[in-house]
Design a protein around this ligand. Sequence first.
Ligand code: 4YB
Length: 472
Amino acid sequence: IKHDFLTWPWQRWAAERPSDVAISLGEQTKGAQTYTWAEVSTQVDEFAQGLVEQGVKRDHLVAVIADNTIDVVWLILAIIRIGARYVGLNPKLSFAEIQQQLAMLDNHYLWSDRDIATEQLTGQVITLRQPEVSRMVPVTWQKHRPVTLTLTSGSTGSPKAVVHSPESHLASASGLLSKMTFNAEDSWLLSLPLFHISGLAILWRWLYRGACLVIVEKALQQQALSWVTHASLVPTQLQRLLDQVPTQQPIALKQVLLGGAHIPVSLTDKARSAGIDCWCGYGMTEMASTISVKQADESQGVGNVLPNRELFLREGEILVRGKSLCLGYYRNHTIFSIFDNHEHDGEWFATKDMGEWRDDELFIHGRADNMFISGGENVQPEDIEAVLLQLPGVEQAFVLPVDDYDFGQRSVAIVQTSCPFDAMFVDHVMTYMAETVAPYKRPVRYLALPDADIYRGIKVSRTKLAEWLAKQ
Ligand code: 4YB
């Protein structure tokens, strides 16, 4: 029961290990600014009082539009400390999209690190500040209360706001850390955005363990990877890191947790030879990040299900449940159940991801809603993408359907390469595909991944990519 929290985790660590370093804004041995748990606890209480003075109350929703900085961490902790709720928005969204998402959320308060026309947005602007009059903030620790909303855009429709409690976040953290070692002396780089579940999961693992959180600006992230012990990365981030390894100092990074998208074995192999210990995860917002994980090996799978999660396959579709499952989706100031059909699904959440058990290991085959039909055959784009990703020089690959008179639909490949994307490369890929995949799956066209705005959060959006493709 050592890790059953009876109060906010930072208050517990402030009581148990007040002078341990909790946050570091750079390399400690080079004199970077740090905060101990005692300082974190005091600071959070002060900022919490500051929020109370500005009118923020229990159950209020505070939207934050910013890049990762220590201020966002202070805000999150102060917001949840007073029983209010945090929702992060991707600052890269267009103003119209931000406006639309906030209107949907109908947030009470708003904080942003940038110059945006807040008068045209929902929510009263607040600042992060010390209180004018010092007063006590009642302890609001109730682990089942909703504390965070995370926007997740499925492949269709408008984003959903997924609600989590400290309980679900901590259940997620404890299950993962029963497999991956992350000690109190270790440091996890805040390497993914706090508006995404992968970034929030870093925060809750840090709180759960009472370890050190490392926050550095974007330009220094790459360098920071050489002296922190842990980081969470999407496969493309690791790819970029490895491309730069020869010119940089050796990597001391102990463990990297990968996830969010298909993880090519060629990538984790390359990482291993650079001395990086990779963990391959499969996760999603509704389950507060990682569901299954393994230490990278020669197989393409994502390992076994972690404690506090359960998983089973129904006609190939992955269903999940467990303590890390969210409280629901937030709409009209109400938390709605995530189950659209109680009768059939019971407590199991249907992920729309297709999977398979092979030798006691879970393999992800892609999303059911990405599948299309070509000449009467089912085509799962992710299968073809996985083949493309095996080719040297291919960093990212997406396969999308295009309408075809004879076949109904056919596949088109859009790839990002580290080598020149020219006729010779395309020729080489086509020869390889002719040897390895069935004719009906073979892309009829190859295009280079555009610079256009095709990202949604930390991933390339298939919807955006399809919009771009339609214009080609
Ligand atoms: C996958 C997939 C996989 C997800 N193969 N498709 O802390 C972590 O777990 C973490 C560490 C590093 C990078 C990311 C993470 C995450 O949290 C990822 C969680 C995530 O991506 N959530 S999401 O809601 O944005 O998307 C979920 C979907 O992503 C899933 O339903 C899958 O379709 C896909 N996905 N891991 C193939 N290993």
